[in-house]
Design a protein around this ligand. Structure first.
Ligand code: PLP
Length: 402
């Protein structure tokens, strides 16, 4: 007899299964386009020089110790992160309507926010874009939401946004539902609404009294410009919305495994903040008690020092422009090969990912025949491309779709 004999085998998490398969693959020209992590032009992970610099300083700083952080994290970090997101001239900041909570990267920030919404505010239904980052479902369900519903987002025929479908679905959402919105660089499609479309989305959210929950995993990383990538969030703040925004510093700081993130909370009445914080405190206390300090200290050190900040801004420009360049190179290579189809969407998309338009069978063929690893949905991470493999990938796509 075992307590575990009835435990069912769960499905593998696709992206981690692909990373494992890629690592075990001995084919010389293999290419990993599955994982959402930056790679240099040589195909290597990149520890940002400003991060290394700060880590050395932290290691030598004898006044730092390994005591617990407060339950809601390092306050100087969460203030700096909230300022970065909203902008120092934000009306929400000036009128003290916003605060941050240091959480375990983007995922942990989403989870803590979702758990507050489900347990404390009694929210039951959440809406997510079709498609979305697949972890949204698991996070919100595990946090206590009763039901997740899709809103239309991707139009396969234009390989762009299905804006009418999006608006129609949000218009039909029951009042009080929570809507997950990708702040920028939508994962997996690489397609964002325009500023005018964001305004129309905000109108529907207001009309239907929905609660916006932004997921901001790519600020600065998408366009190379911190302000531009925060446009939607800042717009909602200036329109007077109450909302949550989960920030990740995994991509823009290259701090994937440090699990450093921030949940920004905007509340219309600052007098309600102490009670709200007390409930967040209980959620975090019962979940992981308090967050780790290392990543938060790094991010805080950079954001609070103008010289380091400007170095970091240079780094995010380096990363985003390399990705934009790879988009161009892949498109050019496919057009040169006369690959069937229109590949202009590759350069229209923004951020780390694109939906190539390859279907499930084609994507699996890419993996099996060409050792080019991508998700079944046809999503590729542009960061996995580099000048040495882009032509190989283009030829693989060409053979697959021809
Ligand atoms: N949200 C989106 C849309 C993402 O793409 C990711 C990472 O891939 C995350 C959140 C959270 O990542 P992390 O928990 O590593 O910060």
């Amino acid at each position: 007899m075992s307590w575990f004999s009835e435990v069912e085998l769960g499905p593998p998490v696709e992206v981690f299964a692909l990373i494992k398969a890629f690592n075990e693959d001995t084919f010389e020209k293999k290419v990993n386009l599955s994982v959402g992590a930056y790679r240099t032009a040589e195909g290597k992970p990149w520890v940002l020089p400003v991060v290394r610099h700060v880590e050395r300083k932290l290691a030598d700083n004898d006044s730092l110790n390994k005591e617990y952080l407060p339950i809601l994290g390092l306050e100087s970090f969460s203030i700096a992160a909230t300022n970065l997101l909203l902008g120092l001239d934000s009306p929400a900041l000036i009128s003290k309507k916003a605060f941050g909570i240091q959480c375990l990267s983007g995922t942990g920030s989403l989870r803590v926010g979702a758990e507050f919404l489900a347990r404390v505010l009694g929210k039951k239904i959440f809406y997510y874009s079709k498609p979305t980052w697949e972890n949204h479902l698991l996070i919100f369900k595990n946090a206590g939401f009763a039901e997740g519903r899709e809103y239309r987002y991707w139009n396969p025929s234009t390989r762009g946004l299905d804006f009418d479908g999006l608006i129609e679905d949000l218009k039909n959402a029951p009042k009080d539902s929570v809507v997950i919105l990708h702040a920028c660089a939508h994962n997996p499609t690489g397609t964002d609404p325009t500023p005018e479309q964001w305004d129309q989305i905000s109108d529907v959210i207001k009309e239907r009294t929905l609660f916006p929950f932004f997921d901001c995993a790519y600020q600065g990383f998408a366009s190379g410009n911190l302000e531009k990538d925060a446009f939607a969030v800042r717009r909602f703040a200036s329109l007077g919305f109450e909302f949550f925004c989960a920030q990740s510093f995994a991509k823009n700081f290259g701090l994937y495994n440090e699990r450093v993130g921030n949940l920004t909370v905007v509340i219309n009445n600052p007098e309600l903040i102490p009670a709200t914080k007390s409930q967040f405190t209980l959620i975090v206390r019962g979940m992981y008690s308090n967050p780790p300090s290392h990543g938060a200290r790094i991010v805080e050190s950079v954001l609070s020092n103008p010289e380091l900040l400007s170095q970091w801004e240079d780094h995010i420009k380096t990363m985003s422009s390399r990705i934009i360049d790879m988009r161009k190179q892949l498109r050019e290579a496919l057009e040169q090969l006369d690959t069937p189809g229109d590949w202009s969407h590759l350069t229209k998309h923004i951020g780390m990912f694109s939906y190539t338009g390859l279907n499930e069978i084609q994507s699996e063929h890419m993996v099996k025949k060409h050792h080019v690893y991508l998700l079944r949905s046809g999503r590729i991470s542009m960061a996995g491309l580099n000048p040495s493999n882009v032509y190989y990938v283009a030829k693989a796509i060409h053979e697959t779709v021809s």
